[in-house]
Write a protein that binds this ligand. Structure first.
Ligand code: MN
Length: 695
């Protein structure tokens, strides 16, 4: 165990300004607090926090972190209180100790809970201060080093698995490869004792047969570079048992077939030398295709920089080589800790930690350690946000995601029934972009269904698919309905009354399966109106044939059809109910509705014109659907807004009420579309209003 003065000396060796008194006081306090507690090894418990502090001095952590390490188990395992810690060691240490304590509680809880609520704590603790995580990792490392003292096999397994699944990837993520490797080796030994033993045995055999191959090859590399006038430090190592085992498992090969068991590191002065060294090595030994990676020109997200390559060595063995400059090496070895800027003076508190995002994803989704490690190697997502369900479950979404995306991410069914959302307790419009850490409550109603208009703002494929699925389903019905309306209009244009079997015969001639198929074909203009007329009544489509009815035709009503399904409203002129409209019909497209007088129509388009009307009831008004929370005064608020915005309510109809929500259809007289939009925006902003959509 490190003695008090040794610990202080170590810290002062890299940070002469460290607060000696703080470390001394922490040492004494922790020793007293833990008293006669014992570790599983039989050592005094107190040895543990001191060793943890020791690990952190290797990483050259600041005095606050060291004090935190010494105190990290006092809250959880002794009578010491947070107030005491704060009084004696200050706010910063108290906050850090509290952070570590919170992380420790995660271990104590069940696996299920860990996946959800705890991830959040993890995330918050991480975002709060990276030093908390470093203490936690050092704590875990020391526990792993002493794990063999633990009696219960079940407990040893659980801890090893957790280390493999959570802590080793965390260490890797922040660039602490040494710590990661040690954790993996120790965990692997517990989890797969047979594989571990077999790999270590074979590694020993390899040494015995090949002598010290690693140093011989390493020396050869160094000499080759020196012959070409380049000074480099070359170190070689065998791969760690766990990474060998992983490769064997990944590639389904035996140890004997595994060629690159050895890895070398070439450390040179600067970036230029890195590429020179690479060139020299490739000139001398053939490179293995596909293994060259340039993390200098494109560093990993955690800042890791190095050149990686594999070559076929004289011994016919494939060897892995990493080439990096000294400065890159230091950073790689000490990871994030290297940023703790003793070169530059004070530690930076404002560390930007983008990998937290990926970390959470890894923790949440990885099924096995192997998969997890695969994930950690994946390109990082820069554009993710994390939001929480009211129960604390973490939902990962792309940036720009809205409550609708959130709802679909939770469950398709929930997405389909979404009427509104509360973000951090406040009702927001459905198009609101979510932010990292938002807590989102989806308000759902059985009466709701996906709105085609959602497609304008949803950010996820799942939400888009949800809306499209619904639209597709509805599309056929509405297309049939629209086709039938057009068909009825065609029939009216015929010069005589239609015979009984005329339709049946027409279907046959047009090779249509049934009436519905014909109606779809008409709506989508897969058959022309003339063709339909001709097949219904030969000779009727001729220009010289007088229609039975006068030329004044009834416009086709689009009442009851959903915009965006069988037809869509043109974005050039934004027709609203009350506008005189015309439909453009092109082959295999939705009918496009324009306001008569729209420039698009004037410019002449290649499409059939369809005389359309909004249908009865619409009048000169726009119809909107408003869903209100069923709370006293909600209706008053809505009426107030409408009055203020000078919208005249022509008709108000309560469509649905289910205890939580009241759904209204409102026909509003508006000046124009802009006016309508202001009204909708104002309604959406109001608290009791859950959602507003135009119908
Ligand atoms: Mn501990």
């Amino acid at each position: 165990m490190l003695r008090q003065y040794e610990l202080v000396e170590k810290v002062r060796s890299y940070d002469p300004d460290a607060d000696e008194g703080l470390i001394n006081r922490a040492y004494v306090f922790s020793m007293k607090a833990h008293g006669s507690q014992k570790r599983a090894s039989g050592d005094p418990y107190f040895s543990h926090p001191i060793e943890v502090a020791g690990i952190l001095t290797d990483l050259k952590m600041d005095d606050l972190t060291i004090a935190t390490a010494i105190l990290h188990d006092t809250i959880e395992d002794t009578l010491a209180t947070p107030q005491e810690i704060e009084k004696l060691f200050g706010k910063d240490v108290a906050r850090l100790v509290d952070g570590v304590t919170k992380l420790s509680k995660i271990e104590a809880q069940s696996e299920n809970e860990r996946a959800a609520e705890n991830l959040r704590k993890f995330l918050l603790a991480l975002s709060d201060d990276i030093r908390v995580l470093l203490v936690k990792l050092a704590d875990r490392l020391h526990n792993m080093r002493t794990l063999h003292h633990v009696q219960s096999e079940e407990k040893r397994h659980r801890i090893a698995r957790e280390t493999m699944d959570i802590y080793a990837p965390l260490a890797e993520r922040i660039g602490m490869y040494e710590m990661m490797t040690e954790m993996q080796t120790l965990a692997f030994r517990q989890l797969e004792p047979d594989a571990f033993a077999s790999i270590t045995r074979r590694l020993t055999q390899l040494h015995e047969s090949g002598g010290d191959l690693v140093s011989r090859i390493g020396l050869g590399l160094q000499l080759h570079l020196a012959d070409n006038g380049m000074e480099a430090e070359v170190t070689g190592r065998e791969k760690h048992p766990f990474s060998i085992w992983k490769k064997m498992a990944e590639r389904h090969i035996s140890f004997e077939q595994l060629s690159d068991v050895m890895a070398f590191r070439v450390i040179v002065e600067d970036v230029e030398d890195c590429y020179r060294a690479l060139g020299l090595i490739h000139q001398r030994w053939p490179m293995v295709p596909g293994r060259y990676k340039d993390f200098i020109s494109t560093p990993k997200r955690n800042g890791y920089r190095s050149l990686h390559t594999s070559v076929i060595h004289d011994t016919k063995m494939r060897i892995e080589i990493q080439i990096r400059a000294r400065e890159m090496h230091e950073q790689a070895e000490r990871g994030l800790a290297a940023h703790w800027a003793y070169k530059e003076g004070k530690p930076r508190a404002d560390l930007n930690i983008p990998w937290v995002d990926e970390l959470v994803e890894i923790l949440e989704h990885a099924a096995s350690p192997e998969e997890l490690l695969e994930h950690t190697r994946m390109a990082m997502y820069q554009d993710r946000i994390f939001a929480f369900t009211p129960k604390g479950e973490l939902i990962q979404l792309p940036k720009g995601a809205t409550p609708v995306d959130f709802a679909y991410a939770v469950h398709t069914d929930l997405g389909d029934r979404t009427v509104g959302a509360k973000v951090n307790g406040r009702v927001v419009p459905l198009r609101t972009m979510l932010e990292n850490g938002d807590q989102v409550e989806i308000l759902a109603s059985e009466a709701q269904h996906p709105q085609p208009s959602w497609l304008r703002f949803v950010a996820t494929g799942k939400a888009r698919a949800g809306v499209r699925r619904f639209v597709r389903h509805k599309e056929r019905d509405e297309t049939i309905e629209l086709g039938r309306k057009i068909y009825d209009e065609i029939v009216e244009r015929l010069p005589a009354e239609l015979g009984q079997d005329a339709l049946k015969r027409a279907l046959k001639k047009l090779h249509m399966e049934d009436e519905d198929a014909l109606m779809v074909a008409i709506a989508r203009k897969r058959v022309t109106d003339d063709e339909v007329m001709e097949t219904l009544m030969p000779g009727s489509a001729g220009a010289d044939v007088a229609p039975r009815l006068p030329a004044q035709r009834t416009a086709i009503s689009i009442k009851g059809l959903t915009p965006g399904v069988a037809y869509h409203l043109a974005s050039c002129c934004h027709p609203i109910p009350g506008d005189r409209i015309v439909g453009l019909r092109r082959e295999d497209e939705e009918i496009e509705v324009h306001v008569i007088g729209c420039d698009t129509l004037a410019s002449g388009v290649d499409a059939d014109w369809l005389d359309l009307a909004w249908g009865e009831g619409a009048g000169g008004a726009a119809r909107i659907c408003v869903i209100l929370h069923d709370v006293p005064g909600a209706l008053g608020v809505m009426a107030g807004i409408l009055g203020q915005k000078r919208a005249n309510i022509v008709n108000l109809h309560l469509v649905h009420r289910d205890g939580s929500f009241q759904t209204f259809h409102l026909d509003l007289e508006v000046y124009d579309l802009a006016h309508l939009h202001t009204i909708i925006a104002a309604l959406r902003d109001a608290d009791p209003v859950s959602s507003v959509e135009r119908i």
